[in-house]
Design a protein around this ligand. Sequence first.
Ligand SMILES: [Zn+2]
Length: 238
Amino acid sequence: MRVHERPSPNHAPRPADTPIDTLVLHYTGMATGDAALARLRDPAAAVSAHWLVDEAGGVVRLVDEERTAWHAGVSAWRGHVGLNGRSIGVEIVNGGHDFGLPPYPDGQIAAVLALAREIVARWTIPAVNVVGHGDVAPMRKADPGEHFPWRRLAHAGVGLWPEAGDAAPATDIGGALAAVGYALEDAPQPTSVSAALLAFQRRFRPEGPLDGRADPATRRRLGEVAAAYLLAAARCAP
Ligand SMILES: [Zn+2]
């Protein structure tokens, strides 16, 4: 993979005794890729990511993976809070919800896939820890959004996409969301079940409706996904 070097000054040392075990995917949510790149390199903005993938599939390195980049903010997943210190952040150029939620071009997704495969292999990141920004900050964020092809990534070995199975529909919604990884009572900011459910729907039932309601189809999907995540987490437990 050809990498363009565009260093950002926005980084810090990794915290001591903290593994890198999480991959956070984002969309940039700005009008253009150039605007996003400028912001991610602006010391005044104090935001960054390790990587940026443009619409044509160009891969830009902003921050060395050995350093902490500032992409997740107040965040939580599977019992950990403040994910920047333990994660790799990838920004994908896309206007997002504020700019009409454009589709992700095939060439861009191919580049994201190749990059993500390298990252999860390099750091041995468990499939259950491949997340979207919206998953780890559901009250604030919705990226990479319901057009992001999580299923395609999972089929290429990045993250999990449980297929429809015979798991029972979820009855304890909060418990099932927590089994997947969503933070509720343990979140660093008050997080409603409906916000976490909406993040879940964007991620695992993107065909909708995207309303944060525990309708029968959402309960069924949540049951499937929670069962698969529990199984996968048990397999990768130390
Ligand atoms: Zn984001």
